[in-house]
Write a protein that binds this ligand. Structure first.
Ligand SMILES: [Zn+2]
Length: 381
């Protein structure tokens, strides 16, 4: 090919590439929910009346949920083409979960979002999680929405994403949570949003003020708008186009990322990498294997498991992709005269944990000599 033809060839080639670029840009997944022009959304502030929800926060959960839900509804009403209802509004009444679903059916709801705050017995959990149905296509709807929401909570507030999850009913193959099963029974998709832990020491800074609870409601509304592809002239937000934040979700079968893993991690272990006897520090390597799930967080004890330090995210824990670092290092400083016994609890995405064998120091740190220690049956130091 001569120079002229080559130039022509290049320019045609570039033209083709340029034409293709907008196409290539659309790496975002399709919106999975088949929206029509009359979108009807029901916002369900969880609990209410005699059902208080968790009491672990500053105020009872029923009030936290209402504060968040009211801000959510106010914001969602600023979007066009959507009608929004609440199962309970300014009142604090007791409504059964089935009655909430019946109400959703009566207004021909397209989707129910149930608003909650989390709590746990050990007060050591943190982050946002979304529960979706085990049944298709509802499973896929909730999975795509939940991922969208978690991304926003992580980037806007620094709240840890715990994942989009499912929970199997005790006697059925269906869903454990009635607000999900009673709606799905009526062919209405429903999700539970557990915004963060009201009682957790790690999440405590996230539920200090009413403004924070209202911020979460507004972010819920924006995520809902993005999920359905809504726009708001008042807010100057337009989600009618494709979105890069949408993950691919399967609506014809169960999404594996929402698999409920109730078995403990396969193995969690610690080994001593190095000891600095002068600064009284130990560097340990923590490793874990978890074939049917992922590691999500860990807790450390230096007194053999009597007390546990505040739990922390497992390094590399990525709930969007189900991946985590197989091992990581920690350097622990000790007081002069201390004789630690180090234990790690590694938790998976469903809070099941495996405890490591302890690293037991047989001598105290004294600022000069390397103390002897024992890991399982291995002696070192
Ligand atoms: Zn709740």
């Amino acid at each position: 090919m001569n120079k002229q033809t080559f130039k022509k060839f290049i320019s045609v080639f570039l033209l083709i590439v340029l034409v293709m670029i907008p196409e290539l840009n659309v790496c975002a997944a399709e919106r999975v929910f088949p929206k029509d022009d009359n979108l009807v959304i029901v916002i369900d502030p969880g609990h209410g009346g005699t059902d208080t929800g968790t009491q672990g926060g500053r105020i009872q959960e029923r009030f936290m949920n209402l504060i968040t839900a009211q801000a959510l509804v106010e914001r969602l009403n600023m979007y066009e083409g959507v009608t929004v209802y609440m199962t309970r509004f300014d009142n604090d009444t007791t409504i059964s979960l089935t009655d909430r679903a019946k109400f959703a059916k009566s207004v021909e709801a397209d989707f129910v979002f149930s608003i909650h705050y989390n709590a746990c017995y050990a007060h050591d959990r943190f982050g946002i999680e979304v529960y979706t149905s085990r049944i298709s296509p509802y499973n896929g709807y909730g999975y795509q929405f939940g991922n969208l929401l978690m991304q926003r909570f992580e980037s806007e507030f620094g709240i840890f994403p715990r994942g989009v999850k499912t929970r199997k009913g005790l006697k059925t193959e269906g869903d454990y949570y009635t607000i999900i099963s009673a709606n799905v029974y009526r062919e209405i998709p429903a999700v539970i949003i557990e915004h963060c832990f009201a009682d957790g020491t790690v999440d405590a800074p996230f539920t200090r003020t009413g403004d924070q609870l209202r911020d979460y409601g507004r972010t819920d509304a924006d995520a809902i708008a993005e999920f359905f592809g809504l726009k708001s002239s008042v807010l100057g937000i337009d989600h009618t186009g494709p979105s890069d934040d949408l993950v691919y979700a399967d609506t014809s079968s169960f999404n594996d990322a929402t698999y409920e893993d109730r078995t403990a991690p396969d193995e969690v272990s610690i080994s001593v990498k190095s000891i600095d006897p002068v600064s009284n520090t130990v560097t340990i390597v923590i490793s874990a294997t978890e074939a049917d799930g992922m590691m999500m967080f860990y807790a450390l004890s230096t007194d053999g498991g009597w007390t546990w330090q505040e739990s922390k995210p497992w390094p590399g824990a990525d709930t969007y992709n189900g991946t985590f670092d197989g091992s990581f290092e920690l350097t622990l400083p000790f007081e002069n005269g201390y004789r630690p016994t180090i234990v790690i609890k590694g938790f998976n995405r469903y809070d099941a944990f495996t405890k490591s064998e302890p690293v037991t120091f047989l001598e105290r740190f004294n600022g000069s000599d390397t103390p002897l220690y024992r890991t399982g049956t291995i002696y070192g130091g």
